[in-house]
Design a protein around this ligand. Structure first.
Ligand code: FAD
Ligand code: NAP
Length: 548
């Protein structure tokens, strides 16, 4: 169905937020598989989500492309060809553009349009969405594909607006090529984005100054061109590969993890770490020893191994020391994957500054001033300072549910969801890869497909039973929040004090684990049991009124 443009108050069966991996699949599933009238919105001027916005040099996937892709249509996964093991942003964006084209999705999406509020109309049992185009849309169902990492952290550096040079954000990078030749470039942030950007920009900038607060445990990505024979092998076995992925904690078909780093000799442990380091990807983190994320002593062995490798790669011992994390366990912040990152610090045009103690005081017209009064003169300042993760994009939607309940108030002490999919008091609002689901600790396209399919199943069930409204009970929600918090306590995650997984990166954000840590297979089993038990933990009722 083509979107009508004739009135300013319009209606649909379902409103979809976003046109990234989640929004695109939601449009296809709701519209083409279920036959619903769907309208989607994205603030961007085209599809891609993360891969539309994050165009900085070096932007690349950290899960192998053959796995980080849709599985819902075998024809699609057979026909698409990935050129590298871990593809770069332009290729992933091209893939999502191909998906939009192949399934004719753009006709249901309104681009350059931001949803500014979502309000539940108790009497009509519909959501009312307003947009920055001045339109109002009404629909009984909302499927949010607003993303987990789509609201960049606001710059918190006084004076930044007076900087005479160029300010760039990795999370909202210009569409034109940025040339760093002859420029003095500064970058704040050494998370996955900063690390990827530093490795590339160091090659062309006249000088690159890295402002580092917390060093990271970056390990080699192991990228290379995808061998056609290997590709053919993947394609011949895709179904089994996807099944193995869905049965793995992280959603990848890795199978080599040994039970404990502490159960083997130092020599055996070293051999495993060397092997996983050389094979790249998340193998060191997730496919070496199963207790790395759970037992501090096991974690220490991996952390020390990484520090040792950093010392081998960075020539200046003081710089190597500064680049070596010591005060939080490995994996409690998402481990960045890199190519030649540590070697960048061996170049004469790269300077590493520690801004943990000597903090960024202000941005001056000429550059960045630290608290000791030193001024670092720059032509370009890059902010790789991260995102208001998981809850940020949902709260930015300005959601008001039943009886005027604001999501911002309901989540004042941290997110409250049932299964990470829905929140009590917010009927028929499906949050794809929402807080307290496996989401970012799982291969995201698969997590997205699972959640979109579950949302469709709920809507189909309502329609089959002649009902109109589904929402979690407050009791089920409380139990889920307690369960996810409890799971986190059995891991090392709470030990990091600067991780976005815990909400620590945004000043004032409540500290609560934002992901489900029981692993995707357990999570899926819980969802399946819930559905089988007649949507246990949910209340399913008739709609209060017909859609006017
Ligand atoms: P997004 O891709 O974030 O899309 C959300 C869209 O919703 C955006 O386009 C946004 O403009 C739109 N939107 C949000 N709010 C509104 C609103 N109010 N009105 C209108 N539009 C709105 N995950 C992995 O598993 N592996 C990886 O290798 C990986 N790499 C990543 C690299 C980067 C640089 C980043 C930032 C994230 C990465 N992620 C990775 C996580 C990534 O976000 C997900 O894998 C996936 O792309 C999320 O898709 P999505 O559709 O849920 O959300
Ligand atoms: P991030 O991991 O949150 O890193 C932000 C960086 O900015 C940190 O080094 C942080 O320091 C620093 N920072 C923030 N505010 C600062 C301040 N006021 N002063 C000094 N430093 C400050 O963000 P990200 O790198 O954008 O990555 C976010 C997530 O996106 C990743 O974890 C990953 O899930 C995804 N991602 C994936 C890839 C990939 O490889 N495929 C690439 C990019 C992003 P502190 O640590 O001290 O707070």
């Amino acid at each position: 169905m083509t979107i009508s443009t004739s009135t300013t108050q319009r209606q649909a069966d379902a409103i979809v937020v976003g046109a990234g991996f989640a929004g695109l699949y939601a449009v296809h599933a709701l519209r083409d598989k279920m036959g619903l009238d769907v309208v989607a919105f994205d603030a961007a001027d085209d599809v891609g989500g993360t891969w539309y916005w994050n165009r900085y040099p070096g932007a690349r996937v950290d899960i192998e492309s053959v796995h980080y892709s849709y599985s819902f249509d075998d024809a699609l996964q057979q026909e698409w060809r990935w050129s590298e093991r871990f593809c770069a942003q332009p290729e992933i964006l091209a893939y999502l553009e191909h998906v939009a084209e192949r399934y004719d999705l753009r006709r249901s999406i309104r681009f350059k349009t931001r949803i500014t509020s979502l309000t539940w109309d108790d009497e009509a049992s519909v959501w009312v969405a307003t947009t920055d185009a001045g339109d109002t849309w009404r629909a009984p169902h909302v499927v949010s594909g607003a993303g987990n990492l789509s609201v960049p952290k606001k710059p918190d550096f006084p004076g930044i607006e007076k900087f005479a040079g160029q300010v760039l954000m990795t999370g909202n990078w210009p569409h034109h090529e940025v040339c760093f030749t002859g420029k003095r470039v500064g970058i704040i942030g050494v998370g996955s984005s900063g690390i990827q950007a530093i490795s590339e920009i160091a090659k062309t900038a006249d000088h690159l100054t890295v402002f580092q607060r917390t060093p990271n445990y970056a390990t080699p990505i192991g990228n290379e061109l995808l061998d056609p024979a290997e590709e053919a092998d993947y394609k011949a076995n895709y179904q089994a590969i996807r099944e193995a992925s869905r049965n793995h904690f992280l959603g990848v078909p890795y199978q080599d993890a040994q039970p404990s780093a502490l159960a083997v000799s130092a020599q055996e442990r070293r051999a495993v770490f060397d092997d996983r380091w050389n094979r790249g990807g998340f193998r060191l983190f997730i496919d070496s020893f199963a207790d790395i994320l759970f037992d501090k002593r096991a974690n220490d062995t991996a952390a020390e191994y990484i520090r040792e490798r950093i010392r081998e790669r960075v020539k200046d011992p003081a710089t190597a020391e500064l680049l070596s994390p010591t005060d939080y366990p490995y994996g409690t912040k998402r481990p960045p994957l890199e190519t030649d990152y540590y070697e960048a610090y061996n170049r004469p045009n790269v300077t590493l500054l520690d801004v943990r103690t000597n903090t960024v005081k202000a941005v001056m017209p000429k550059g960045v001033e630290l608290s000791d009064g030193t001024l670092h003169e720059l032509d370009v300042l890059i902010l790789a300072t991260g995102f208001d993760a998981c809850t940020g994009p949902l709260l930015a939607l300005n959601i008001t549910g039943r009886n005027g309940l604001r999501l911002a108030d309901h989540w004042a002490h941290g997110p409250q969801t049932y299964l990470g999919l829905m929140s009590a008091g917010f009927p028929n609002l499906f949050m794809i890869t929402g807080p307290q689901s496996p989401s970012v600790l799982y291969n995201m396209p698969l997590a997205i497909e699972d959640h979109v399919d579950l949302s469709c199943e709920a809507i189909a069930y309502l329609r089959k039973e002649g009902l109109g409204v589904i929402e979690p009970t407050p009791e089920a929600e409380q139990a889920w929040v307690a369960h996810t918090n409890e799971l986190a306590q059995h891991t090392l995650l709470p030990e990091s004090k600067t991780s976005w997984y815990m909400g620590d990166n945004i000043p004032g954000k409540p500290r609560r684990v934002l992901v489900y840590l029981g692993g995707a297979p357990n999570y899926r089993a819980k969802c399946e049991a819930t559905v089988k038990a007649g949507w246990e933990g949910f209340s399913l009722t008739a709609a209060e009124g017909a859609l006017a």
